[in-house]
Design a protein around this ligand. Structure first.
Ligand SMILES: *Cc1c(COP(=O)(O)O)cnc(C)c1O
Length: 379
């Protein structure tokens, strides 16, 4: 059993994917081939936003958005404490100061009330200027954009949606990657929609930011001329082979993969209903894209021992994430290390992510659940 079965997915999609790659090889248009624009149009339509700009990875996508907003030294950017490193790395890389905010223990996403407290605290300190919020759709579940949006409006902050794990999720039919003033995603192979290498995208309805991001992503080019450089940018393009691979993968994602991961999640939650574990929670009207199916173990459970037990029985599992952002060594002795994030600290010790992907068989899910139940009963 694989944690995320990319081999199985390739087996199923092989004819379309092989043809897509071969077409690029034949045309030899490896950078900025026509498939890139086709994909951008399909992604923008799927998400329901005006502009999609693809780029080299999900980390660059966040950095490009921060560049468009001119975020830098002296700015505070509010980021959940429980997330992948990029969400806080990018604002720090831009020269700004990430301020880490605790998360909701049911949704794993940024806690809107604590966000407001953190903003007030930064204002009181009077050193940094609150500039933006990066909300993360952790494990595939969109953050609480209604509340977060109100807070951003109240304090005049930009809202970014880091949808690296959220692509395909939705709230009342509105798709993830459409909730931020600018939203970003990643096509890292193991993400809900992955390519066969690194890839990412930025989404926005704002014409001016879209144009800026297109420029920043290609050496600060002036319009369509990459040898006329009017600003300092980076080299962050999605290459044509990755775009070509993503076109049939997006189709499969929209046709059945998203449905299948939701079925898998339902089966997990049914089998584990009486296990004593805290199961993932999806609020009313929300749809998750199940980047991860993450349970919380009772405080007294020996997680390492459970991981070994599962492994011995052929069941892979992962800990996302073992360390709060504010405790990462990179932020030691900075303002970013100052955070009150008790929920995140507890989650880091109790979470466990189980195998999850669109090709997971119900027998596999039963096996995972039975192993967990056996372990808990014998503890
Ligand atoms: C994976 C991930 C990223 C970074 O994406 P890459 O394509 O790996 O650069 C950013 N934020 C979150 C929440 C992620 O999970």
């Amino acid at each position: 059993m694989n944690f995320r079965d990319l081999q199985k997915q390739y087996e199923v999609l092989k004819p379309e994917v092989d043809k897509a790659i071969n077409d690029v090889l034949t045309s030899a248009r490896f950078i900025s081939g026509p498939q890139v624009k086709v994909l951008e149009e399909k992604l923008a339509e799927y998400v329901g936003v005006k502009h999609c700009i693809t780029c080299a990875n999900g980390t660059d996508a966040i950095t490009l958005a921060l560049m468009a907003w001119n975020v830098g030294e002296g700015d505070a950017v509010f980021v959940p404490d429980f997330t992948f490193f990029s969400s806080g790395e990018c604002p720090a890389f831009s020269g700004a100061t990430p301020i880490f905010v605790d998360v909701n223990e049911r949704t794993f996403n940024i806690d809107a009330d604590k966000l407001e407290q953190a903003i007030e605290k930064v204002l009181q300190e009077g050193v940094l200027k609150p500039k933006a919020v990066i909300a993360v759709d952790l494990f595939g579940l969109p953050a609480d954009y209604e509340k977060i949006g109100h807070i951003c409006a109240k304090y005049n902050l930009y809202l970014m949606e880091d949808g690296a794990q959220g692509f395909g999720g939705s709230i009342n039919g509105k798709m993830a990657c459409s909730f931020g003033d600018i939203s970003t995603t990643s096509f890292f192979p193991a993400k809900p929609l992955g390519c066969y290498g690194d890839g990412g995208a930025v989404f926005t309805d704002n014409d001016e930011w879209a144009e800026l991001i297109r420029s920043f992503a290609v050496h600060g080019k002036n319009g369509s001329d990459k040898y006329d450089n009017c600003r300092i940018g980076m080299n962050s393009r999605l290459d044509t082979i990755q775009a070509a691979v993503l076109i049939p993968k997006l189709q499969a994602f929209a046709d059945y993969e998203l449905v299948n991961v939701n079925k898998a999640a339902q089966l997990y939650s049914k089998k584990l209903a009486d296990s004593g574990l805290v199961l993932p929670y999806v609020p009313n009207g929300y749809v998750s894209s199940w980047a991860q199916y993450t349970v919380q173990l009772p405080d007294n459970t020996d997680r390492d021992k459970l991981i070994v037990y599962l492994k011995e029985n052929g069941v892979p599992s992962m800990v996302y994430y073992a360390r709060p952002m504010h405790k990462q060594g990179a932020f030691e002795n900075t303002r970013s290390a100052v955070a009150e994030c008790g929920i995140t600290e507890r989650l880091c010790g109790t979470v466990l992510s189980l195998p999850m992907h669109p090709y997971l068989e119900s027998e596999d899910i039963e096996k995972v659940c039975n192993c967990i139940l056996e372990f808990l009963n014998n503890e």
